[in-house]
Structures are given as structure tokens and as C-alpha cells.
Design a protein around this ligand. Structure first.
Ligand SMILES: Cc1cc2nc3c(=O)[nH]c(=O)nc-3n(C[C@H](O)[C@H](O)[C@H](O)COP(=O)(O)OP(=O)(O)OC[C@H]3O[C@@H](n4cnc5c(N)ncnc54)[C@H](O)[C@@H]3O)c2cc1C
Length: 445
């Protein structure tokens, strides 16, 4: 069977790309090894994802945001940053940035249900599931992809192969893509916790001597217990690897006490916790986001620390950029797997990778050193950040994913160019408002 594009991995990144390409005259196969309705499906679990305002805009441009919002999302209107045992703190507010929300918290399973429902309506996307990629052969004019599909071997051919198969990417292995990797020696422990005070749509990032703690306001969809509505949080507790087994095994009461001790009372008193899950952390990047006939997106291209909730946001910008490069190649009548188009994609994504890695990794490393002069400098830095609006705007724009050369979908524009000399000014705030972020779209044509 021959397709224009085969996407390996139907997680958040792969499913989003298939949807972003739905209006192009292309045949697409989306290959996913774990059935979507399986409890073992790790891509769309109960993990809460903080979607930046820029990502919300991409999903809106793709036509899925309204359905996602209807299933249940929680706006983030304030972000509070502080250090345990320190005197400094900084506060970002949506109103200051002229936006309705700095971002939204959405459960992975809500993202999954929305994307899969939308995919079912796409005539040009064929979902092959359960199907596992076994081998890839790159040839001059295309790729041959060997699968195990519902227990039987099957070969697909395509002009372009997209690796969206996550951190342990088989595509990466098969094509020998080189990666750069650094362990953190840290693991994220996640849980849903409840407090005695309403969250007020505030997200907290608190740095401690063992790693950052994040609390994201998160009202689960269809929450039967209305009494708890507005008082639930998604906790991401980063701990050293050697502390994790103990944290996971603690009885709920003791876990909450430990959390209270590390986080303090800024969010109120912690009352309940769900089961806890652990995710080992690593910093990893492919050296090039594309090679002959192959493009990498999402976690197959990069894994970053969840400190500022940037991973899927970065992956969604991959999706929007690759979709735009493909749309431009289609408009020119070119081969979509041609190396020059893929190099445009890889070049485009590199500065965003470097900036986001520097931001997240820089935060983790700056706060992991407890030397008193450094701690003092950090707290003075937080005070300065809080007092200086331009510094706050810059941080808010990075957190909202509105820095750099934005793809058309992130600007609220359709994927394909509508005029020859398109130069569009878009804003960092609401679509129609004019404010500080000006993006001159240099289209990949
Ligand atoms: C604790 C934690 C908190 C986070 N919080 C945030 C946040 O707040 N905001 C944010 O933006 N990001 C966050 N992230 C990052 C985010 O979860 C990831 O970036 C995102 O889930 C990656 O999606 P993906 O589709 O690229 O990869 P995956 O979710 O790994 O999906 C890969 C898919 O490929 C399939 N697959 C794998 N191998 C094969 C094969 N051989 N054949 C066929 N299919 C295959 C898998 O079954 C899977 O469905 C967080 C991460 C962690 C660990």
C-alpha cells in the first residue's frame, strides 16, 4: 500500500499532525501500536498538560480547540514563581499580557478523546492500530515501512515518513539518527491533589533543594463531586531518583504532610491525593529534526524537563511548522519528502529547541545549587523580575510559546498561503488585538 505520508505514533504529536494536514490533497497513514481504548495507552493518560496560549491558538486553527474546551479545560490566569526558604517571588498575570489566559490545563485523556474523535472525521487519514513499526528502509524516492499489523507483517511505502513515536523512537534507531542526551538524575512524581482553598486559576512553580514542584489548577471534566470543584490541582513533584520509591510508597497522609512541608501553605492545606505515578526525566534532542525522507516531531525529536510544562507545546510547534513546510511543497507541486523542504523544517525548529532547552534546563540547574550567594542572587533575581514589567513580559511570552518565528497555525492563520506577498502582523494577545509581539511570517516557500 502506498501513501504520501506515513506517521509512526498516534500520540499527541502524531495525531495532531494528521489533523493539521487533513485539508491537503495527501493520503496519510497513522500507525499506532497501542489501541486507543486500552488502559495501557500511555500517550493519553490522566497526566495534566499545561497548554500554552500559543498552543491553544494552534489547536484553534486546526479546528479542535472548541471541542477540547467543551470536554473540560482549566484556564491559567496567574503564574506564581518562588523558592522554598527564599524571600523572592514573581507573579505573571494574564490581564497584564492582554490575554484571557496564559495557558490552559487539559488532561491527557481529554486531549486524546478530542483528537481521536476529530481523526475519525478525516477522509484522507487511515488509522492503522494496533500496528507496530518493525523496520524502515530509506530509498531514493521514498521509504518502505515494515509493520506488524494486527499480528501479520505488512509493508507500506511513502514519500515522507514522520517519526512521532515518542522518547524510545524506533524510527530514530532504524534510520540511525544521532541524539544528544543528558540524564537529570530526577524523576517526576505526579498526582491530583485537593486543597481546602480554591485554586483561583493560579499555577505555582516552587523551587526546592531537591527539584521544582509545580501545582497546576485542574478541574477534571465531568467532576461528580461539585464540592471539590475549583480546589483540585495537578501536582508535578520533581525528586531525586533515589527518593522516588519512598515517595511513591508513602501512605497518603504522610505524602500530603511531606508535600505541605515542601510547598508551604500558599495554596492552602492539602487534603487528599490520588494515586501517584513516576516519570524518569531526561534532556534529549535529535541532532537534526530531519534526515533523508524522514522528519521528527514531538518526543521523538526532543525530551525536556517538565519544569515549565513546555514539552508538548514544543511538539505542537513542530507539528505546525512541519505541516506548513509540507503545505508549501504541495502548493509548489514538489515532492514532499525532498531534502530541501525537510532541511527548511529542521533549520526552522532549531532556535526554538535551543531556546526552550536553555529556558527549562537553565531553570533546573540554576535552582539546583544551594550555595548561599547563589541563593541570594536567585531571590534578588525573582524580586527584580517581579518589579520589572519588560522582564515579566519576556518570561510570559516564552511561557505562552509566542517567541520567535511562529508558524501560520500559531498566528491563527490557515495552513496555506492565501496571497503572494503575505506579511502578517499578529499579536501576543487576543487575535484581534494589537500589542507587543509582531511576527513577520517568513513563509517556508
Ligand atoms: C510529568 C510530566 C509532565 C508533563 N507536563 C507537560 C505540560 O504540562 N505541558 C506540556 O506541554 N508537556 C508536558 N509534558 C510533556 C508531554 O507529556 C510530552 O511532550 C508529550 O506527551 C509527547 O507526546 P508525543 O506524541 O510526542 O509522544 P508519546 O506520548 O510518547 O507518543 C508516542 C506514541 O507512539 C506510539 N509508538 C511508539 N513506538 C511505536 C512503534 N514502534 N510503532 C507504532 N507506534 C509506536 C506510542 O504507543 C505512543 O502512542 C510532561 C511530561 C511529563 C513526563
Amino acid at each position: 500500500m502506498t501513501y504520501d505520508i506515513v506517521i509512526i505514533g498516534g500520540g499527541m504529536a502524531g495525531a495532531s499532525l494528521a489533523l493539521a494536514l487533513k485539508d491537503l490533497p495527501l493520503s496519510i497513514a497513522l500507525v499506532e501500536v497501542v489501541p486507543y481504548d486500552s488502559a495501557a495507552q500511555p500517550a493519553f493518560d490522566a497526566r495534566a498538560i499545561a497548554l500554552a496560549a500559543g498552543s491553544q491558538r494552534i489547536l484553534h486553527s486546526m479546528g479542535v480547540w472548541e471541542a477540547m474546551a467543551a470536554r473540560g479545560v482549566t484556564p491559567i490566569e496567574h503564574i506564581h514563581v518562588s523558592e522554598r526558604g527564599g524571600f523572592g517571588s514573581a507573579h505573571l498575570a494574564a490581564t497584564e499580557e492582554n490575554v484571557t489566559a496564559l495557558g490552559y490545563v487539559v488532561e491527557g485523556r481529554v486531549i486524546g478523546a478530542t483528537l481521536t474523535a476529530a481523526l475519525a472525521q478525516c477522509a484522507n487519514v487511515e488509522l492503522l492500530c494496533p500496528a507496530e513499526l518493525v523496520a524502515v528502509q530509506v530509498e531514493e524516492d521514498g521509504v518502505a515501512v515494515q509493520l506488524q499489523h494486527t499480528g501479520a507483517p505488512r509493508t507500506l511505502r511513502a514519500r515522507l515518513l514522520v517519526a512521532a513515536d515518542g522518547g524510545r523512537s524506533t524510527v530514530r534507531e532504524q534510520v540511525g539518527a544521532r541524539t544528544w542526551e543528558l540524564g537529570y538524575g530526577q524523576t517526576a512524581v505526579i498526582a491530583t491533589v485537593t486543597t481546602d482553598r480554591p485554586h483561583g486559576n493560579t499555577a505555582y512553580e516552587r523551587f526546592t533543594d531537591t527539584g521544582p514542584l509545580a501545582l497546576l489548577p485542574c478541574d477534571p471534566p465531568g467532576d461528580a463531586d461539585q464540592a471539590l470543584r475549583g480546589r483540585r490541582w495537578s501536582l508535578v513533584w520533581t525528586a531525586r531518583d533515589d527518593q522516588v520509591d519512598e515517595l511513591l510508597a508513602l501512605p497518603d497522609e504522610e505524602f500530603l504532610q511531606r508535600l505541605q512541608q515542601r510547598f508551604g501553605y500558599r495554596a492552602g492545606r492539602f487534603l487528599r491525593t490520588s494515586e501517584r505515578q513516576a516519570y524518569p526525566l531526561v534532556l534529549r534532542f535529535v541532532r537534526e529534526a530531519a534526515s533523508a525522507r524522514v522528519a521528527f516531531i514531538g518526543n521523538a525529536a526532543h525530551a525536556i524537563h517538565p519544569v515549565a510544562g513546555q514539552g508538548f507545546n514544543l511538539g505542537l510547534r513542530d507539528v505546525a511548522a512541519l505541516a506548513q513546510v509540507i503545505a508549501a511543497a504541495v502548493a509548489r507541486g514538489e515532492d514532499i519528502g525532498r531534502m530541501t523542504a525537510l532541511q527548511d523544517y529542521a533549520r526552522w525548529r532549531r532556535p526554538d529547541y535551543l531556546r526552550t532547552a536553555a529556558f527549562t534546563d537553565g531553570l533546573v540547574r540554576t535552582y539546583s545549587n544551594n550555595l548561599p550567594p547563589l541563593k541570594l542572587a536567585r531571590n534578588l533575581g525573582l524580586l527584580a523580575l517581579d518589579a520589572l514589567p519588560p522582564a515579566r513580559h519576556l518570561l510570559a511570552r516564552q511561557a505562552m510559546g509566542l517567541i520567535g518565528h511562529l508558524p501560520r497555525l500559531a498566528c491563527g492563520l490557515p495552513l496555506q498561503v492565501t496571497s503572494d506577498k503575505e506579511e502578517v502582523r499578529v499579536t501576543g494577545g487576543r487575535f484581534e488585538q494589537d500589542c507587543f509581539v509582531t511576527c513577520h511570517l517568513k513563509l517556508a516557500t
